[in-house]
Ligand binder design. Sequence first.
Ligand SMILES: [Fe+2]
Ligand SMILES: [Fe+2]
Length: 240
Amino acid sequence: MFARAVAAFSHRVLQTSRRKSLSTHQYLSAAAIQYRSLKEATPEEWKVGIQQFNKVASSSQQAIRMLDMLRVQKGTNIGALVDLYEHGLQTATRAYRDGANEETIVVALLHDVGELITPISHGEIAGSILRPYISQQNYWILMHHEIFQAYYYGDAAGATVDKNARDDFKDHEFYEECIKFCEKWDQAAFDPEYDTLPLEFFEPMVHRVLARRPYTDPELLNDPINVAKSKIAGGYPEAN
Ligand SMILES: [Fe+2]
Ligand SMILES: [Fe+2]
């Protein structure tokens, strides 16, 4: 008897979940979307599709997903006295207390969200995601910070690491700012005793930066890939 009741319940759950997944699909196909390849899409279909897309990829959802990339680092032992979640918060707290602007604080908070995904090129992860919304200088710092960080642990690491690899960029206009980012905030943010501010303090800042209109910094438009991407930005969710 009990087994039959369980089976009936499971069947109902299965049917309900099937109805749910079908109903989303049916809404789009029956209501307005028929295309099977992008080149068949009509303006009417596109309008309906982009409205749905904007519901699942709004700027505020982008911010939540980016913050989740930081949260997921919590509790992973990286061989230091703090984890990368704490390290990000502490880097941002130090930047905040030094009077950095909001965008730079957000860059400090999120600079290592890619470190466990691709350690050897992790600056590119945060850099790529934030690039449309931040200055060319902060983008450059994200892309190069791990090279500059080596200066501070190079002696401890020994011959396998060139602590002076940053010298390759000595003549670059953002060289000194990248040193400042690493010296004052990033390399210093491994102290478990530091009075680090909680994530809630920084969350609204992340939302505000990701709500900016993409590719508005004129300097970004010196790079052809940004010019081209700015030309198609209208096809993606508007800031909201
Ligand atoms: Fe890093
Ligand atoms: Fe870092």
